[in-house]
Design a binder for this molecule. Sequence first.
Ligand code: SF4
Length: 234
Amino acid sequence: MTTGRLHSIETFGAVDGPGIRTVFFLQGCPARCLYCHNPDSWGKDSGETITTESVVHTAKRGMPYYGREGGVTFSGGEPLLQGQFLVETMDALAEEGIRSVIDTSGTWVDEFTKPAIERSQLLLLDVKHSNSETFQEITGLNQDNLYRIIDLANEADKPLWIRQVIVPGINDTEENVEELKEFVRVRVKHVYQIELLGYHNMAIEKWDRLGIPYKLRDVPPMDRGRLARLSQLL
Ligand code: SF4
């Protein structure tokens, strides 16, 4: 039996996928984003051990609230890093009539990525930046896996719910939003929606506690009015 590593669970989640969802934040991430909310999710071997049965057991408690759209979301960290566990658990959830969604950063691909995407209702994809240089500056990685994941989602006819965190001084411009729209237009077959999320700096304390230097210390949280105006461009 494959086991997984869990960072945390959110019940009644309403923002990480359609409807009401139980969100399992899995441990481990290959990226090192400048503004990561959960730097304590980076280590693949940290967190607590979970089994497919324990995920199904927890997820079943939310069934009265899932309705026609809701279900389970696997987020992270980067959930695709635990691909085998993900595929086995999504199958077990499906047997109980519970739909699953993967919320990925597009930074990891292995032999389990394709079957995992095929099992996902749709794919939440965090496009950190459409420009490869800025993507690398934000994540420390190149965009190769992002492209591969979009291609796999296109092949599986899965709609993509694209998200991007908007950070003052990094990507809070009209040009960036237009670039993102063009990126999506050219590459994505089925767009569920594009969503901009405002940067906030509430994770600084966590970074300090872990002794990791936080490079965006002087960057203010994203202004809500400006974010709303940028979102209108979508
Ligand atoms: S992909 Fe997500 S979990 Fe990983 S470093 Fe970036 S923000 Fe953090």
